[in-house]
Write a protein that binds this ligand. Structure first.
Ligand code: HEC
Length: 145
């Protein structure tokens, strides 16, 4: 059995919301919502549920929440290109888990997914590992040449 969903509310994911379409200047704000359960087997489903709000559905960093952030979300399709053409799988895993410090100093805009997945799984490391691996593979599949 999974733990009560109230836990997920505390460790909520950030998503874009509240766009005032009618105003002259559309206002965007970041809303914390309960984390949605997804299949650990689907990197794509997790990416769309947890990452696309900031990094964009196509991974280019243009998600709806992007402009409300102080540090722009990284273009995830260029990770390999920025690394001499080689996709740094271990580094990406460490970043997703929150074990790697990101270059933009003091950024708290990028959530610590390792902790969230840990809570979601009720502390099952194997499931956390599966989520991180499948997300990583999905991001690798987004790499543009
Ligand atoms: C609330 C917005 C937000 C969400 C949601 C988010 N990210 Fe990020 N992400 C960022 C920001 C901002 C940065 C840049 C941080 C910095 O440079 O300090 C970043 C950076 C990264 C990087 C580093 C890329 C590099 O090469 O430096 C990776 C990898 C990454 N995110 C993966 C993910 C994954 C996977 C998810 C979903 C599980 C996710 N992000 C969800 C905002 C977000």
């Amino acid at each position: 059995m999974r733990k009560a969903s109230s836990i997920w509310v505390i460790v909520a994911v950030v998503l874009a919301a509240a766009m005032a379409w009618a105003q002259d200047e559309p206002k965007k704000e970041i809303k914390h919502v309960p984390i949605k359960q997804t299949s650990a087997a689907s990197g794509e489903q997790m990416y769309k549920s947890y990452c696309a709000a900031c990094h964009g559905t196509d991974g280019r960093g243009n998600g709806p929440a992007a402009e409300a952030l102080k540090v722009p979300p990284t273009n995830l399709t260029k990770i390999a290109a920025r690394n001499g053409g080689k996709y740094p799988s271990l580094r990406v895993s460490a970043i997703i888990r929150g074990e790697e410090t990101l270059p933009a100093h003091g950024s708290k805009d990028m959530p610590i997914w390792g902790n969230l997945f840990w809570s979601m799984s009720g502390g099952h490391e194997a499931e956390v590992q599966q989520r991180v691996t499948n997300l990583n593979k999905y991001i690798e599949s987004l790499q543009a040449n």
